[in-house]
Design a protein around this ligand. Structure first.
Ligand code: PML
Length: 247
């Protein structure tokens, strides 16, 4: 069967004079079969045109054919859910689950919180090496992005973002990257307070409150171990390998 990768990104010019710059409005990606290309592209454009962040000045839709033999099929990580009364309890729970995976030593919890703050202005995720306690993204402002992934057999034409559906696919791909230890994620959507931690061992752990409603700070940290794989191998997998996830 023929598959196609579809990617959409929309942006808007903001600011005046030298301050003028492009602001990201919306983005989406899918891997779909030939017959769904047209409908899914239309839904992506609709998503860009109706986004709450405003009207885009620029919408880019990229369509690439993919060989079926280049696609890896993965089983979705098992999902568990942790309900908490407050976002502080949720954040605590996430730190408690992730910190032991960073190794032994003191101050790891504080370090993780500091790293999380550093991700807030980043566009992609931070790639943090737990073996050397260093950041490995080639460009720190940009970060690294997991891309070329979708849910297997998903023909849904969805013009609004479904945070969970997109996150379980991304987290499954990330967990299978060479050398990956775990992922920590808080959404940057001010209206979405559920976050997660994920790894092959933990599965996908949804934590129902991880930040205050209205807070637009969020970010992703990929915890990686350079004793298990090279950063280049890991980044190549995250950014180039085509993955379909059985959910
Ligand atoms: C994002 O906005 O990209 C992050 C989504 C986190 C989804 C958490 C969940 O609902 O399980």
């Amino acid at each position: 069967m023929d598959y196609y990768s579809l990617k959409m990104r929309a942006s808007q010019q903001v600011g005046e004079g030298e301050q003028k710059h492009e602001q990201h409005i919306s983005g989406a990606e899918r891997i779909v079969c030939h017959d769904n290309v047209e409908a899914i592209c239309a839904a992506m454009v609709r998503r860009a045109l109706t986004h709450s962040k405003g009207d885009p000045d620029f919408i880019n839709v990229k369509i690439e054919k993919i060989n079926e033999s280049d696609i890896q099929i993965l089983k979705a990580l098992p999902v568990t859910r942790i309900d908490v009364d407050t976002w502080q309890q949720g954040l605590d729970k996430a730190l408690e689950l992730i910190t032991p995976l960073m190794g032994s030593g003191c101050g790891l919890r504080e370090k993780l919180q500091e790293l999380l703050r550093e991700t807030f202005p980043m566009r992609g995720a931070m790639l943090y090496d737990v073996a050397t306690a260093t950041r490995l993204e080639p460009d720190h402002a940009r970060g690294v992005r997991a891309t070329y992934m979708d849910a297997l057999h998903s023909s849904v034409v969805d013009s609004c973002k479904n945070h969970f559906n997109e996150a379980i696919v991304l987290a499954t791909k990330v967990a299978n990257a060479p050398g990956m230890v775990a992922e920590f994620c808080i959404s940057d959507d001010p209206n979405y307070i559920t976050g997660y931690v994920a790894s092959k061992e933990l599965g996908y752990v949804r934590i129902m409150k991880m930040k205050e409603m209205g807070d637009e700070n969020g970010g992703r940290i990929f915890l990686f171990d350079s004793r298990k794989a090279s950063a280049e191998e890991c980044i190549e997998y995250l950014q180039k390998k085509k993955v379909l996830v059985e959910v």
